[in-house]
Write a protein that binds this ligand. Structure first.
Ligand code: DQA
Length: 139
């Protein structure tokens, strides 16, 4: 059975409440339950932190052997964190970068990603479906 982990960065614990015009009105847990039952042939796990170092620790932990793939939405740290970019470069497990919103249709500072150069691929702007497309890329 394939094993995939979704790692979500800062403020994504507020999905459903946070700027629903941009991020939708479903909570991540509601969405996660839906995809777990839809993709029951794979083991899906989810981790979220608002803390940069904790996200780096999780990438290290998940990045060698345990998982077939990592789906990473580093949220705002995508645009600022050399450390998260370096962690993605350092680990062995392939990482697909996802974003709910189309970051290229938003402020200029969201156009830069420290993750993209080290990701297997990038999926941007399909709402929560971005995560699903990333899952499909691993199966
Ligand atoms: C985001 C886009 C980022 O620019 C923003 O800081 C987020 C969410 C997205 O999924 O659309 O928090 O990663």
């Amino acid at each position: 059975m394939k094993k995939i982990i979704i790692i979500n960065g800062p403020n994504l614990n507020l999905l459903g409440k946070r700027e629903p015009n941009i991020y939708g009105s479903l909570t991540f847990n509601e969405f996660f339950e839906q995809i777990q039952s839809k993709y029951s042939e794979i083991t899906l796990e989810h981790y979220q932190s608002n803390v940069e170092g904790e996200l780096i620790n999780k990438l290290h932990q998940a990045g060698f052997g345990t998982y077939d793939g990592i789906i990473l939405n580093a949220a705002a740290y995508t645009h600022t964190s050399v450390g998260i970019g370096d962690a993605v470069a350092a680990i062995e497990t392939p990482v697909v970068e996802v974003h709910i919103s189309n970051t290229f249709d938003r402020e200029e500072f969201r156009h830069k990603s420290y993750v993209s150069p080290h990701a297997k691929g990038v999926i941007v702007g399909f709402g929560l479906q971005s995560y699903e497309l990333a899952i499909q890329s691993f199966i």
